[in-house]
Write a protein that binds this ligand. Structure first.
Ligand SMILES: [Zn+2]
Ligand SMILES: [Zn+2]
Length: 318
């Protein structure tokens, strides 16, 4: 058996909004609804005069808990020469525990100090230099000369070879050249730009689908989420039941409401499948009244009510 929920009447909604708006900003109310030269009174502001159009709609609400964890994933690797490795700003989270994302100042991915690794240079196989033949001695290690020697009494000229170690390569014949890749530092250095280890925070998120064509759905949802205990709706444990009883419960139905129920149902299924989400409430169906209003000064605003005649909330962009 379905219980029909009583929709609040327009005067009650308007009255509740009026009191709330006056508490928030009485001067603005006076400016928008007052009469010049007359004492301002809230009593003179009536729904009959200022509500131009009304729509009977419906809204579906459920709450979801979502894990907002370390948002960014994946890593980026940089390979640099020795002098450049110190030019980076490193961060360390060793033993620091998880980081509160709200308090973190800086990028979500940063170079981690502990990720620095030594990588032997591939070009010189970690030696820092490349062996090359000595250019001075052409790789022989010796400087070869020919002396002209005057021999005997006759002093006949005779050519005699003479050699000594090459001074450029210390007689080895090799002349190492600094490796261009590592600049002679033997190694390259690799470090990783990794996500900051943020704490996983579980937050409650309101999900609201309404049949009213409104750009304030998010704001209405947030307000409703805060005061869900004070607003009366009809609760369902699944969409099958909601669909079969929606019209009888509301006492009215329209195309947009049917569409909204369909959209809410697929959204609900999506959250059921989401590993990071958990649905934490029943499904609520609320009568929703949408009012298009205009002040005495001609400013247009919208007024909404969600809930039953006994317990409802109002939202307005006034
Ligand atoms: Zn040499
Ligand atoms: Zn090298």
């Amino acid at each position: 058996m379905s219980v029909r929920i009583k929709t609040p009447n327009l005067d009650e909604i308007f009255e509740k909004w009026k009191q709330k708006a006056a508490r928030k900003d009485r001067k603005k109310m006076e400016k928008q609804f007052g009469t010049k030269g007359a004492v301002f009174s809230l009593d003179a502001i009536s729904a009959a005069e200022y509500v131009k159009d009304t729509m009977k709609e419906a809204a579906i609400y459920f709450a979801v808990k979502k894990s907002l964890g370390p948002a960014p994933t994946g890593k980026e690797e940089n390979l640099v020469m020795a002098p450049k490795v110190g030019r980076e700003q490193y961060y360390s989270f060793k033993g620091a525990g998880k980081i509160d994302k709200e308090k973190w100042k800086g990028d979500e991915k940063v170079p981690h100090f502990e990720s620095i690794q030594t990588v032997p240079c591939k070009n010189c196989r970690g030696k820092g230099y490349i062996d090359d033949k000595c250019k001075t001695c052409k790789g022989t290690g010796k400087i070869e000369e020919t002396f002209t020697v005057l021999v005997g009494e006759e002093q006949n000229k005779e050519k005699k070879p003479f050699s000594y170690p090459c001074g450029a390569c210390y007689g080895t014949g090799n002349r190492p050249e600094p490796c261009k890749e590592c600049g002679g530092h033997k190694n390259m250095y690799k470090y990783e730009v990794l996500p900051v280890p943020f704490k996983t925070v579980v937050t409650g998120v309101p999900i609201l689908h309404s049949s009213a064509q409104t750009k304030y759905e998010k704001e209405i949802g947030d307000d409703l989420h805060k005061m869900i205990e004070e607003v009366e709706g009809i609760r369902f444990s699944d969409f099958k039941e909601l669909e079969s009883k929606a019209e009888a419960s509301l006492g009215y139905m329209n195309k947009n409401i049917s569409k909204t129920i369909g959209a809410a149902r697929s959204d609900y299924k999506k959250h059921e499948k989401d590993k990071d989400a958990q649905i934490t409430s029943q499904i609520y169906l609320f009568p929703m009244i949408q009012m298009f209003c205009e002040t005495k000064r001609g400013s247009k605003f919208e007024l909404y009510s969600l809930g039953s005649g006994n317990k409802f909330m109002t939202y307005s962009n006034f």
